[in-house]
Design a protein around this ligand. Structure first.
Ligand code: CU
Length: 377
């Protein structure tokens, strides 16, 4: 039964994949309210590329965010290839993940409101790609994963059509977000018109399955005029909540559980892709410091009631937009693909637990630690 459903799901994916190769109508570039719309048509081609699967100066591994060290706007060239990796998501739980760049969630891209991104993505699901070897260049992400491969990656192969849907972009989905087959590369431009933090995910049917298999990540678009408390922020981290729907497979590996995903019953709900990573490697701060979290609930299906035990959120910008400011919040409720930029002051030395206050999710793993040292005067 399960494999029949899986086959149908994959067939629907292939049919839609075939449809996506039809020619698109194109709108010339124009500006409206200071924003840029009308991107050139996406290019799909094959290339002889075996280099770093993640390229870009401002692309990092969770929970890191690359500092934006430039004035004005920038044109970014970013590559995030699709690769299959066997990863650990909890102690003793490994599965073959479909990934952007090799980890679940994928790398964090940081840009500024108004920046243009030329994005390249090769579907390398049919290729063994190792991401944990030292001295791999291309992006801060590659170095950070090589230094700290907390999902204990090993390369794998599972050829499959995939696509990329950046919620931070405003484009025609049937062009830019189109599905490409194994061995194909897609290249397109988008402009980060709106400040905020946005998820990205694979949009190939079953979207539920592709996202749950690991294809999601986050783009942080910093506002061009900043947030009002920028000058007071001492620490800045990115935390992503997501669900896994896994069941024990034939061997040692776990596999996707179609029934559990359909019934909204995740096996694991986690921060930054691993059940214990934010306890094993707590976020760090000191008493009296202002900590900023860019928090995103990537789903694919659940909600998050995000809370930090012992702290009150001084400011919350819903979806990360500086005009959406709330104050004095205990908990932020985020639906699937909602995010918030959250400031809080660390009151005193000690341990602060990050938690999804929907305790069924917390008990499935959606917790983490911020470890605070003494106040530095
Ligand atoms: Cu996919």
């Amino acid at each position: 039964m399960k494999s029949a459903i899986l086959k149908i799901t994959l067939m629907v994916g292939m049919v839609l994949f075939g449809m996506s190769s039809m020619l698109m109508a194109q709108t010339e570039e124009y500006t409206l309210d200071g924003m840029t719309f009308g991107m050139p048509e996406a290019e799909v081609y094959t290339e002889d590329y075996t280099g770093s699967p993640v390229v870009g100066e401002y692309v990092t591994q969770l929970p890191n965010l690359a500092p934006l060290d430039y004035e004005g706007n920038k044109h970014h060239e970013v590559r995030i290839d699709i690769i299959v990796q066997e990863i650990e998501v909890a102690e003793g739980v490994r599965y073959q993940a479909w990934t952007f760049g090799g980890t679940v969630p994928g790398p964090v891209l940081h840009v500024k409101e108004g920046d243009r991104i030329t994005f390249v993505m090769k579907n390398r699901s049919d290729e063994e790609v190792t991401i944990t070897e030292p001295n791999k260049g291309g992006s801060p992400f590659m170095n950070q994963v090589a230094e700290n491969p907390y999902q204990k990656n090993s390369s794998a192969i599972m050829p499959m059509p995939h696509s990329m849907d950046f919620h931070a972009g405003t484009v025609a989905k049937d062009d830019k977000w189109r599905t490409i087959g194994p061995g194909e590369t897609i290249k397109f431009d988008w402009v980060a018109n709106y400040a905020g933090s946005y998820i990205y995910h694979c949009g190939t049917p079953s979207v539920l399955m592709h996202t749950a298999m690991g294809q999601h990540g986050m783009v942080v678009v910093s506002p061009k005029d900043g947030y009002p408390t920028d000058y007071e922020v001492d620490r800045e981290y990115v935390v992503v909540q997501s669900e896994y729907y896994l069941t024990k497979g034939a061997g040692d590996l776990y596999t996707y559980d179609y029934e559990a995903a359909s019934n909204n019953n995740p096996s694991h709900v986690v921060f930054n892709g691993h059940q214990t990573v934010l306890h094993d490697q707590p976020l760090k701060a000191n008493a009296g410091e202002r900590v900023r979290l860019h928090f995103s609930n990537n789903g694919p299906s659940g909600t998050s009631s995000f809370h930090v035990i012992g702290a009150i959120f001084d400011r919350v910008w819903l979806e990360g937009h500086p005009f959406n400011e709330m104050r004095g919040m205990q908990t932020v409720l985020l639906g699937a693909s909602n995010s918030a930029t959250i400031d809080f002051i660390v009151p005193e030395e000690g341990k602060y637990i990050l938690v999804d206050h929907e305790f069924v999710d917390a008990e499935k793993g959606a917790t983490g630690t911020l470890k605070a040292g003494p106040r530095k005067k």
